[in-house]
Design a protein around this ligand. Structure first.
Ligand code: NCD
Length: 319
């Protein structure tokens, strides 16, 4: 006789900024802030996720994102395991589906996924009982990067509402830009995308931002957010030469006015999209971003595991 199975309770994932409401963003940032305060203590480990298991499944190279997810899980006392595509059965051709099903057999509570294909984290979320966090899928989304960037801006500038953020460079290949523009919109900040027409996709203003091809447009911004030129995703020449790109859109000292802060998600191509004199200046928040990455990812792991998904909250309100 067929076994009677009750529907699984809804699970909370973080797949895209589009799934969040303003309150969700603010709650994660506030949690990150209290976690940062508790990390000031000499003993940095909190018992919060003791007995939970977090698996990092990374099909693309990563330094900051993987390191911070690993450390975030450890600081919350979760057991953690990281699988990179190189050196696992993935490079023997095991499909994402089979890998996800294999890992599910260990019953992880959270799977953090980075993959070159758009939608890979959604697929893993359908196949497993774990909560899934998107750590970057192709050109699509990188929600935890957007959250840590918002956290960094709020810490440095004291507010998010009304901030003007100019995002400069290779928007076309950037999941960071897409997530960031959506997240800024949720909290009442404004974004302006600046870059050559070949690197700013037509219609991107539908995300709720302005677009300019003139670098002078960054003058009014509170934050200049520099994107990496993504050589690995550029199949053809999108710019006549890197030297010309740097001359037209590179962020050097002459393009940063007093009072502006400069951000970059890393890894930086020094001398291409950002001049080392800017990257190493007091205006640059690049190291703050890396530091924020840890507390914000701790907050995200805690959030997906403890806060009910929107559907469940809606049901609770109706009932
Ligand atoms: C970004 C990424 O991988 O999407 N880096 C990161 O997560 N720190 C940005 C980039 O690679 O340009």
């Amino acid at each position: 006789m067929a076994e009677l199975r009750l529907p699984a309770p809804p699970r909370r994932h973080l797949l895209s900024i589009a799934d969040l409401e303003r309150g969700d963003v603010e709650r994660v940032l506030d949690t990150a802030q209290s976690l940062a305060a508790s990390l000031e203590r000499e003993v940095k480990k909190l018992p919060t996720l003791r007995g939970r298991t977090v698996v990092n499944l990374f099909y693309e190279s990563s330094t900051r994102t993987l390191a911070s997810f690993e450390l975030a899980a450890k600081r919350l006392s979760a057991d953690t395991m990281s699988l990179r595509s190189a050196g696992s059965s993935v490079d023997k051709g095991e499909s994402l589906k089979d890998t996800a099903l294999t890992l599910s057999a260990y019953e992880p509570d959270v799977i953090v996924v980075r993959h070159p294909s758009i939608g890979a984290p959604q697929l893993v979320a359908r196949l497993t009982d774990a909560h899934v966090v998107n750590a970057g899928d192709g050109k699509h989304q990188h929600p935890t990067q957007a959250l840590l960037d918002l956290y960094t801006m709020r810490e440095a500038l004291g507010r998010l509402e009304g901030l003007q953020v100019a995002v400069v460079g290779d928007v076309l290949h950037s999941r960071v830009a897409r997530s960031l523009v959506q997240a800024l919109g949720l909290v009442g900040a404004h974004s302006l995308l600046v870059g050559p027409p070949t690197l700013v996709p037509r219609g991107i203003d539908a995300l709720g931002c302005e677009v300019s091809h003139d670098i002078a447009a960054i003058a009014d911004a509170d934050v200049v957010y520099v994107l990496r030129m993504q050589h690995e995703r550029m199949g053809e020449a999108f710019v006549p030469s890197l030297r010309e790109y740097t001359a037209l859109y590179g962020i050097g000292p002459a393009r940063v006015r007093d009072g502006q802060v400069v951000m970059h998600p890393g890894p930086m191509n020094r001398g291409v999209e950002i001049d080392p004199r800017v990257a190493d200046s007091a205006a640059a928040l690049v190291t703050d971003q890396v530091r924020s990455g840890l507390v914000v990812r701790m907050a995200v792991l805690y959030d997906v595991l403890t806060v009910a998904p929107v559907e469940a909250r809606v049901h609770a309100e109706v009932a």
